[in-house]
Design a binder for this molecule. Structure first.
Ligand code: SF4
Length: 389
């Protein structure tokens, strides 16, 4: 095992990933992981009972969403759509409405498309092999491998952010999260483990579980780790330093004006465009601008009289959107080139697919039912922020 000395601040410490060493003794590591997982695994609804469909739904939900939030949504979604055939036959607005609270609605559309492909190509049965799964819409290498190995025992590796972090630490490899060379290296290491192990699904799930619960970002809990004896980063005292964090993405700031027109006859909602952020979802009439735009000037393009009632920042993966909320005191016109807004009774708002940001805007204006998700604290950007996309 090599022990490196710390590099001076400001230097780029990232060597080519081809020079990273391997995870040593993959057989012993996989045995320890499997033994640990059999006693330490969290009880999660998609693990009992297991099926290809339940694994598919949970894996798609877990992409970019915290486990605690997926637990809330999973049972509700499965009760509404108990199998691929029911999901495939459902209208898209119903699927989007059932996805509320999870954000990143593109995933719901892709899951819907995957269900249709499962019905058309596989007679309504979720396929068992990683190759067939990866051919479905929206199913990538990781998700296909997770379902094929965990549900059907196929000997295929998987790598996500948690697994990459665990592997980098086991080998003391100073890769950078999100770097393609680091990811290629991680897939090779995961492949070595899955070839050497007794139960591929258990080893894969144990790696994911270890990264989610013990070998966490920042300071890992090495005292609870079943593979601490084999961990090169821990031996070198570098477990808090590897892997290097992802490079921050360039962010855009937008400013949108929301016109909330609500009364005894209901709340005015319009449908968003079919493409882009929150595609096809419903929202109070909204005028989109840039960070340099005056929000009142934006609002005035669709309504003559209004009162400003508040604002909040909504954080998406690549954008910070400042929502400036107004209560309309005059009729609100439709958006040019889009279907006309409709009035929805307040008690029926929950039947429509609204983003978390749209719910938040209604809440700021003192309208609407506060959903359990909307009431949760935001992930970033302070107490006045909310998230999803
Ligand atoms: S010993 Fe610590 S750093 Fe190494 S794999 Fe275990 S939790 Fe992660």
């Amino acid at each position: 095992m090599s022990i490196r000395t710390p590099l001076p601040p400001g230097s780029d410490p990232l060597p080519d990933a081809g020079s990273f060493g391997p995870v040593s003794d993959p057989k012993a590591v996989s045995e320890a992981l499997e033994a640990w997982f059999r006693v330490a695994a969290r009880r999660l609804p998609w693990r009992d009972p297991r099926s290809g469909y339940r694994a598919l739904v949970s894996e798609v939900m877990l992409q970019q969403t915290q486990v605690s939030r997926v637990i809330e949504a999973f049972e509700r979604f499965i009760a509404r759509f108990p199998g691929p055939a029911v999901l495939a036959a459902a209208p898209e607005p119903d699927v989007l409405a059932a996805w509320q609270g999870l954000g990143y609605y593109r995933r719901a559309r892709l899951l819907h498309a995957a269900a249709r492909a499962i019905v058309e190509r596989h007679g309504g049965e979720v396929p068992a092999s990683a190759a067939e799964l990866e051919a479905l819409p929206g199913i990538g290498r990781y998700t296909a491998a997770a379902i094929a190995s965990i549900v059907h025992g196929e000997r295929v590796p998987l790598v996500d952010g948690n697994v990459t972090r665990v592997l980098c630490r086991l080998a003391d490899a100073p890769g950078r999260m999100g770097d393609p060379a680091t990811e290629r290296w991680a897939w090779r290491q995961a492949g070595s483990l899955v070839q050497a192990c007794a139960a591929p699904g258990v080893t894969n799930e144990a790696l994911m579980e270890l990264g989610a619960t013990v070998c966490v970002p920042g300071t890992p809990d090495c005292a609870r780790c079943p593979v601490a004896h084999a961990c090169a980063a821990r031996a070198a005292g570098r477990q808090g330093e590897v892997p290097l964090p992802k490079r921050p993405a360039r962010r855009r700031t937008l400013r949108w004006a929301v016109l909330v027109d609500a009364g005894a006859d209901g709340v005015l909602l319009e449908r968003r465009p079919e493409r882009g952020l929150w595609a096809s979802m419903m929202q109070p009439p909204t005028v989109e601008g840039s960070e340099h735009d005056d929000p009142a000037a934006l609002a005035r393009t669709r309504c003559e009289r209004f009162d400003a009632v508040g604002s909040f920042v909504h954080v998406t993966s690549h954008r910070d959107v400042e929502f400036c909320v107004f209560r309309a005191r005059a009729p609100v016109s439709g958006a040019p080139g889009r279907e006309a807004p409709v009035r929805v009774a307040q008690g029926m708002l929950g039947a429509h697919a609204l983003s978390n940001a749209a719910w938040r805007a209604l809440e700021v204006a003192g309208v609407g039912v506060r959903t359990p998700r909307a009431a949760r604290p935001a992930r970033r950007a302070g107490p006045n922020a909310s998230t999803d996309s």
